[in-house]
Each structure stands twice: as C-alpha cells, then as structure tokens.
Design a protein around this ligand. Structure first.
Ligand code: SF4
Length: 82
C-alpha cells in the first residue's frame, strides 16, 4: 500500500496537494486588492475589483502567500482550511 503524508488531489498532478483549500466570498469582498497584490498566482480581480480565486488548492510553495492574503484581507472575504 502507498501512503503519503499529504494526499494528492484526485486527477491532479504530483505538485498539487489537498493540504490547503482556499475559499473566497465575492459577496463579502470590497475590492481592496490585497490578495492579488501579495498572492497574484492565487488571486486576481474582475473588472469591478472583486476577488477571483485562481487556484483553490495552492502548491506548498504558495501556502504562505495564501495565509498572508487571508491576514491582509480587510473584509475577511478569503479563508483557508487544511
Ligand atoms: S483582499 Fe479581500 S476585499 Fe480585497 S480583493 Fe481580496 S478578497 Fe476582496
């Protein structure tokens, strides 16, 4: 039997893990843009400035940026769970 310390997402690639799940609530977003500024590979903004979640399952290398975006969001519109 094959075990990993962190499960890989079904159908994903070897560098994509289930370890972190990002959630973005566009109804709470106020368009401050901090998320896209500190984690542009994970977040963007639409034409109205509202958050667009680009990657709900970040690579391990992007998890710190995801946590930083959560901490900086003034509307508490984004969260992470593990
Ligand atoms: S930092 Fe928060 S309020 Fe600002 S764009 Fe991102 S999700 Fe929206």
């Amino acid at each position: 039997m094959f075990w990993t310390s962190r499960p890989y997402r079904r159908g994903g690639t070897a560098r994509t893990v289930l370890g972190m799940q990002i959630t973005a609530d566009r109804t709470a977003c106020v368009g401050a843009g901090q998320c896209a500024l500190v984690a542009g590979e994970l977040f963007d903004q639409d034409d109205d400035g509202l958050v667009l979640l680009l990657e709900p399952h970040p690579d391990a290398a992007d998890e710190t940026a995801a946590r930083r975006a959560v901490s900086l969001c003034p509307a508490r519109a984004i969260s992470v769970s593990e």
